[in-house]
Write a protein that binds this ligand. Structure first.
Ligand code: DOR
Length: 440
């Protein structure tokens, strides 16, 4: 089997035609107020014509009538599991899932084995992704082995093109080390992405602490454990002047802290996941480990605050925290199961169905939070839908209704909390790096 058969999403095809015409799509770029139905012609990876296509421009035509064409979606929080945990996901299977979800770029977290704490692993991951229409940007570990003890050789890592550092999966417990990490990332112009958790308060925690955890007899994970960490890290970002990004914000007060800090001019940003804006902690009543995630699913007031934060831009980006785990690892008693859920293939459908189609955030904000903002946070160049620009596009069907079936996911792991959900909105194709991948 060729590599492509391994990596193309099921039912998709690849085209490397020099000239492609995306016909009749709705070109939508919130940043430039572009919203227009027009043909778009690509030649050798660049947008050559928009609107009327000269008759001598012959190429492969992809019918995009009724479809939305946006700047390539970007997920800044993905766990690819390679090297070390290839039974859960590889770079290639993760990219297949990303493409199926409409993403043309992803940033992958360093909690691999060995961890991405040196330039060799960064290069290895980049090599694994070579030739794909999905860009993979490794995020380097903040501390050696992600142990929270000694900083990595950050300038060496930045010299390889790494633009963000994180120990995600674990917080940096020491305030002093966090301060030093922020000083270094600031000097390097990089982003520090922090998993905000006060670890002494979450030992043995399984789910959000509240009435439901008490009733179920499950060890609680207090919201304040996240909020203390966000508060401390904001203070350190303010003190050092560095750029701090709070990963997977899950609590109402967390959103409020970020909102207030932004007003003071602190360089802090935040992301929310599709699962934290759509699932409540009460779903743990089923004792189903598919819903076990770090940070945990919270209460309706938290969901409302996250959505309001997304709507007003306090929460800059939507990121999946795609965390694949094998079936036999998840199918154990709740206390032993690992934290995490896959999200790449359901993200767009969940956001469209739950937030956009219900009028809680606009389509423009959703696309902005899933493309332009995360790319900016990762210091990547803006993507534009203009003649002469490099073509980096997602082709999305806003009307397709589909049911999530865990066994048909392209990810190597199928641990989705959305199995059986009826969603509206799904990717039909992507174009990036001079390649088109799309549904047959
Ligand atoms: O639920 C989670 N799973 N949260 C994290 O922060 C890490 C992730 C993983 O790597 O499995």
């Amino acid at each position: 089997m060729s590599n492509n058969q391994h990596t193309l999403p099921a039912g998709w095809r690849e085209s490397v035609a020099h000239r492609i015409i995306l016909k009749g799509g709705r070109l939508f770029h919130p940043g430039s107020e572009l919203d227009q139905i027009a043909d778009l012609a690509i030649q050798d990876g660049c947008i050559k014509h928009i609107g009327s296509i000269p008759s001598d421009f012959q190429g492969e035509t992809v019918n995009c009538e009724g479809l939305l064409i946006t700047p390539g979606l970007y997920d800044m929080h993905v766990h690819l599991r390679e090297p070390g945990f290839e039974h859960k996901e590889t770079v290639r299977t993760g990219c297949s899932a990303a493409a199926a979800g409409g993403f043309t770029g992803i940033a992958c977290m360093p909690n691999t084995n060995p961890s991405t704490d040196n330039p060799g692993i960064v290069e290895f991951i980049r090599n694994q992704a070579k030739g794909l229409p999905v860009d993979v940007d490794p995020i380097a570990a903040t501390t050696k082995g992600r142990k929270g003890e000694t900083l990595t050789e950050m300038s060496e890592l930045a010299a390889t093109g790494v633009t963000a550092f994180s120990d995600d999966g674990s917080p940096i417990a020491s305030a002093d080390l966090m301060r030093r990490a922020l000083e270094y990332t600031n000097m390097l112009g990089a982003l520090l992405i922090e998993h905000c958790e006060e670890p002494t308060m979450t030992v043995g925690s399984i789910m959000h602490e509240g009435a439901v955890s008490t009733r179920l007899g499950l060890t609680g994970w207090p919201a304040v454990a996240e909020e203390i960490a966000i508060e401390r890290n904001i203070q350190l970002a303010e003190y050092t002047g560095a750029r701090l990004h709070c990963a997977h914000v899950s609590t109402a007060r967390g959103v409020e802290l970020i909102r207030n800090a932004k007003k003071r001019g602190v360089r802090v940003t935040g992301e929310a996941t599709p699962h934290h804006v759509s699932l409540e902690c009460s779903i743990l009543e089923h004792y189903d480990s598919e819903y076990k995630v770090n940070p945990p699913l919270r209460e309706s007031k938290d969901i409302e605050a996250l959505i309001a934060g997304l709507a007003d831009g306090t929460i800059d980006a939507i990121a999946t925290d795609h965390a694949p785990h094998a079936h036999d690892e998840k199918e154990v008693e709740l206390a032993l199961a690992p934290f995490g859920m896959v999200g790449l293939e359901t993200a767009f459908g969940v956001i469209l169905t739950e937030l956009v189609n219900t009028g809680r955030i606009s389509l423009a904000r959703a696309i902005d939070a899933m493309s332009t903002q995360p790319r900016r946070l990762m210091s990547l160049p803006d993507v534009s839908l203009e003649v002469g620009s490099e073509a980096n596009l997602s082709i999305m069907d806003l009307n397709e209704q589909w049911t999530v079936e865990r066994d048909t996911l392209n990810s190597k792991s199928h641990n989705t909390p959305f199995h059986g959900w009826k969603l509206t909105g799904r990717a039909r194709g992507i174009y990036n790096n001079s390649k088109y991948w799309g549904r047959k």
